[in-house]
Write a protein that binds this ligand. Sequence first.
Ligand SMILES: [Zn+2]
Length: 400
Amino acid sequence: MTYRNIPHFTIKKNLQKSKNTGIYFSDILNDDVLSDVCYKITGKHDYTLNFVENDYKDEFLSDTYNKGRLAILQYESTIHYISFSENRANGRNSSVQSVPTAFNIFFCNSYPNKKLHYYFLDTQLGNFETDYLIFMYRLMATIGFNFLNADNVLTHKIKAFSSIEDIIFNRKNNSERNKGNNSTYITKSGANSIDIYGKVYGANKYESSMLCYALSLLCHEHQKITLYEIIEKDLKRLPEISRKVIEEMGVIKIIPTDITLEKQIFKYNDSLRSPRYIYNLLDRIGPKQCVLCECGIPELIQGAHIWSVSSIKKEANMIYEEKLNHAINGHNGLWLCENHHKLFDENILMIKENGTIYYQEKIPIEHREFIAKITTIGCLPEFIMSEQFVEYLWQRNKAV
Ligand SMILES: [Zn+2]
C-alpha cells in the first residue's frame, strides 16, 4: 500500500443488480457526494478516484461486485470504509440491509489503521427516521460506524447504546408495537445470561447480525450470551461470514435450533425448555413477565403450557407432527413466575375460558389468602386471550 498525500477513492462500480437495473454505483456517487465525503473525513475537497470492475482486487477489496455499498478512501496511511444508504427507505430493512455486509468486510480486514463511516444519500424518498431505523442507526453507532452527514439529514441525534441492558430496554419499547412480527428477541434467563432468539433467513438475518455484533462489543466479562438460531424449513443458518465475525468476537455461543432438535426435546422432556417454544411466546405475547403478578426477575420466569406436554403426548388420535406443533405453539402458553407456574401445574390455581383466575376449593384458608396476596392480576389481559389460547384452556380444563 502506498502512502497518499491526496485522498484517493477506490470504488467497485457494479452493484449486485447493476446488470438488470442499469444503475451503477458510479452513477450514484457523483462529484458532489464524493467531494462532501472527502471533506468530512479529511478536511480536503480534492481527491483522486478510481471506479473499478468486478475482477479488481487489492488488500481491501476482493474480486466481486460492490458488496456493502462501499467506497474505500485512503488518506495518508489511514483506510476509510464508507457505506452509503439506499436512495429510498422502503420496507423494514432495505435501507440498511447492506450495513452488516459493510461491517463484515471492515471487521475481517486485519489492517490496523482503519475507520468505518456511513453516509446518507438523497433522503427525500421515504422515511429514514422510523423507530426501527433509529434503532438500527444506534446499533451501527455502537459497533463503530461514524455518521458523516446525519446532522444534515436526520432530526434525531444518533446515540450509541451504553450497555446490553440499554439495548434490551429500547428493544422492548421498539417491539411492543410490533408483536408477532417474526423479529429477533433478546431476553435474559439469568441476571448475567442473555439469550438472543433470532430468525436468520431473509431480512431477519441483517437485524440478528447487527444485534449480535453490538451485544458482543458491549458484553462484560461476567455476562454470558447465547444466540439461538431459529432455523426454518429451508435450513438456512445465519450467513457464514456473519457467524465468522461473531465467532471472532469470541463472546456469543451460537446454538442452531432446527426441528430435529425440537423433536429430541419433545421426546425426552415434558417440561419442554424448547428454544422455539420460547421464541413463539416472545413473538406472541412479548417480553418475559409473569401475567399473574408482573414479576420480571428473569431467573424466575418460565413458559407455562396451557395444554401440558405430557397430556399432548398421551393424545391417542393424533399424529406425531401435530403433537409437536401443539407443544411448541406460542398460543399454548403464557409467562409465569415459578410460584405461579407450580400453582397452575398443580391446578391449585386455575384459569376459566373467559380469562378469570380462580382457586381450587379445598385448599386451606391461609394458603388461599397467601395466593390471593401474590396474585395481583385477577383476569388475564386481552392480548393473551387469542382464540387458540382459549381452545387450549378448554382442552386443559375439561381434564381437570
Ligand atoms: Zn407470578
